[in-house]
Design a protein around this ligand. Sequence first.
Ligand code: NAD
Length: 251
Amino acid sequence: MDAVERVRVMMRASTAVTVLTGAGISTDSGIPDFRGPNGVWTRNPAAERMSSYDDYVADPAVRRNAWQSRRTHPAWTAEPNEGHRALVDLESSGRLRAIVTQNIDGLHQRAGSSPDKVIEVHGTIWETQCLGCWARAPMAETLARVDAGEDDPPCLLCGGILKSATISFGQRLDNDVLEVAAIAAESCDLFLAVGSSLTVRPAAGLCDVAVDAGAPLIVINAQETPYDDLATEVIREPIGEILPAVTRDLA
Ligand code: NAD
């Protein structure tokens, strides 16, 4: 039996699978990852330094740049792919505990995963959040203001700085969301880490939480990760082929 078949057998025997997804599950949808061979930061290391929360708050020029790049973000036109759809099939089979995603693109929900099964630990680009009053609103409303000429649109309620409702470097994660994610890792009987370099904490630490609670860890990622040694199976093949293969005929 090869690794794909072994994982498929484990899936069939599971009743509560938690899946941690990263940018790699969305590259087939045309959204580049950060650290893969064609990643945004692999190609332009300076881009990583522009993702700092403190710089965003302190420097209007950083915010003006950020609004311009949000206007053309690939998430607006991306469509879910076979990897996202395979996780919908996993949910349909009744075996999905939760999808904990580091992605901000909303593609799991657009593929058909139930919103209450998707835990967005790094937030979503589909909404804005005010850094003063924390009000959230649809991103499209603010992008319309940017299109109309506002280069750094303030919050309409309190005048505070607006940002996409995503987590930047140096920004704290939402503790409530993180707690729900930790419970999903702790209470599963199989934990899959898919398309993540597993280098961003605390999300990557959910692998430890799951393994400490007794769940086998499966890593599906093209490149090595720091968690490969802890994993029961490591599959370094394209996600768009492997996820449909391991979730095949689960019903
Ligand atoms: P990462 O860029 O650090 O790692 C992605 C991994 O996926 C790489 O190791 C790469 O080799 C692998 N990969 C890419 N395409 C693959 C494929 N088709 N098949 C198999 N493996 C593939 O991503 P990360 O670990 O998620 O951390 C990056 C952070 O950036 C996250 O916090 C995330 O929020 C954010 N991000 C999100 C998006 C998105 O929402 N789609 C895109 C870029 C970055």
